[in-house]
Design a protein around this ligand. Sequence first.
Ligand SMILES: [Zn+2]
Ligand SMILES: [Zn+2]
Length: 260
Amino acid sequence: MEIIFLGTGTSQGVPMIAQPEGVGSDMSNPKNWRMRTSIHVEMGSHHIQVDAAPEFRMQCIQNGIERVDTFILTHGHADHILGMDDLRRFCDLNGGEALPVYSSEEGLRRVEQIFPYAILDKPIVQGYPAFRLERMPQTLELPGGTVESVLLPHGNMDVLGLVFTEANTGKQCTYYTDCKEVGEEARFLAEGSDVVILDGLRQNPHPSHMSIGEASETAQSMGAPLSYITHMTFKVDHESTESALPENVHLAYDGLRVSW
Ligand SMILES: [Zn+2]
Ligand SMILES: [Zn+2]
């Protein structure tokens, strides 16, 4: 199984537009440059793209993403959905077929509102996008393994939390982005994961995201051998924040590949 962090930044990206000078992170460190958050998962040679940031095209080019078999949208916020038009290339590469798009009821509604021209069985013209919308089931069976889902609280909406289990190896990864907490059901589902990825926005608390401290504590109590924090603002400096974290909890960064 391989996880590629295509982006690890919060909704404004890092640095944000007109970022005040001398505030926040050391921008000479490339790990502090963060595109909007998404991951690409290769599970038993099946390629799953989770969310499409506004920078999705550049993220695919920079990270050599050449295949997407299944797309999962965690929720309909702009920083996770706005790159979906660029999935057109993968419809083309998949032989002009509609790409299966899984999400919650809320996520699917947002896809219909933003991309009404792409809700089709096949692209209208070669190179155009086409999405086959599917409600995310509790357990999604894919050729490479399963993806289990659970709803996580995120302000006034719920976000899909995802647990990937590779069929032929039993390797497991949990991806809980954009959430204020990880409840009992979500912890139960994540049990046994080799890698856990959690939302951690910034040092001070936020109403709809976990802080770095909350994410670190949650990671430790979940007890995975390896945990990563993602979705960070410009105030989270990679080196100084990482050095204060427990040994098995790390900050993710754009382009990080975790394979095992
Ligand atoms: Zn977000
Ligand atoms: Zn969000």
